[in-house]
Design a protein around this ligand. Structure first.
Ligand code: SF4
Length: 322
């Protein structure tokens, strides 16, 4: 069979579903490639992670067109993601070999689900409570770097054992969905374990509400005490309509010498519109923070100086941040 693939999110970050489908079809002797619109296929798979990615509008010549991946489910969260024989197959890393910055990286999940119930998050409903999912060796493929997409790996005994294994294997890792600051803050042994990890990217946590500030502060203190040495600490900050609240959180993080990264809140079905103020605040934090910190301008000062800032070309630089 001739199989075509479409990565609806764009081909900036490897799509795990497509990489697994690629291995699956290659083992069956099928040919598989990102589609060429001049060709005809037996099956074309569309996959996306983000609900807001728009389907491609070019016409596809195929006997069957299949759509899969978390981005298609919207609130229909109980749809099956992949058949079990594909779900645990080793990804075909050659599919994205053209992305140089991820050359030599493995991708996968050690755990699925989360025991928390943050009211803005679909994970607990979609994946349920935390559970073991895979061993690092299932998808590492002898690579020295692993990008792990677990939602709350520290809440799982299996996840912690896997981190110990990763430390022994001297693999560099990035938990790109972040680590739970509360768990680190309340468990010095976990902070010690994380201090032995070789970080590929910054260590990431989240400060999505004021209630998380004390945990981020304590977790950072413990991690620093045990000599945890990522390049830096990167803190996701959820930006809802209450800009005063998020402004206080980001200022708090800056004072702790942490790097906030502001993300405007999106609901899973894309029904809630992101306001201009939310967008401006994200730009203020994500694009201008280094300059603004150095000259001591806060959000209010930034707003007062809108005219001056409008002359700059930050919009062009930052069009992908939302
Ligand atoms: S801790 Fe993270 S994954 Fe778990 S419910 Fe909250 S936001 Fe979602």
């Amino acid at each position: 069979m001739k199989i075509g693939l479409i990565d609806v999110d764009g081909r900036n970050f490897p799509n795990l579903v497509l990489m697994k489908l690629s291995t699956y079809h290659k083992t069956k002797g099928d040919t598989i490639e990102f589609i060429n619109i001049m060709k005809t296929y037996d099956v074309v798979y569309n996959s996306k992670v983000f609900t807001y990615s728009k389907d491609s509008d070019f016409s596809v010549s195929a006997r069957e067109i299949i759509k899969d991946g978390a981005g298609y489910y919207g609130s229909d969260i109980f749809k099956k993601i992949l058949p079990i024989e594909i779900e645990h197959i080793k990804p075909d890393y050659s599919l994205y070999s053209f992305i140089k910055k991820y050359k030599g990286c493995a991708f996968g999940f050690l755990t699925r689900g989360c025991p928390n119930k943050c009211n803005f998050c679909i994970v607990p409903e979609k994946e349920g409570n935390i559970k073991a999912y895979a061993d690092i060796d299932d998808f590492l493929d002898n690579r020295k770097i692993a990008i792990l997409m677990d939602n709350n790996v520290l809440a799982s005994e299996h996840g912690l054992k896997q981190i110990e294994k990763i430390v022994d294997k001297k693999i560099r890792i990035d938990f790109n969905q972040g680590l739970d600051a509360k768990i680190i803050a309340e468990n010095p042994d976990i902070a010690k374990l994380l201090s032995k990890v070789k970080w590929y990217k910054p260590l990431r946590m989240a400060c999505d509400s004021k209630g998380q500030m004390e945990y981020v502060e304590k977790a950072t203190r413990l991690l620093r005490k045990y000599g945890c040495t990522p390049k830096n600490y990167f803190i996701y900050v959820l930006v809802k309509n209450n800009i005063k609240d998020v402004s206080e959180r980001t200022q708090f993080l800056i004072e702790l010498k942490l790097k906030p990264f502001a993300q405007a809140y999106r609901d899973f079905d894309n029904k809630i519109k992101i306001t201009q103020e939310q967008k401006d605040f994200c730009r203020f934090i994500n694009v201008r923070k280094i300059l603004l910190n150095s000259i001591g301008i806060d959000w209010k000062g930034y707003k007062r100086s809108t005219k001056e800032w409008k002359k700059s070309n930050f919009k062009k630089e930052d069009k992908d941040l939302f």
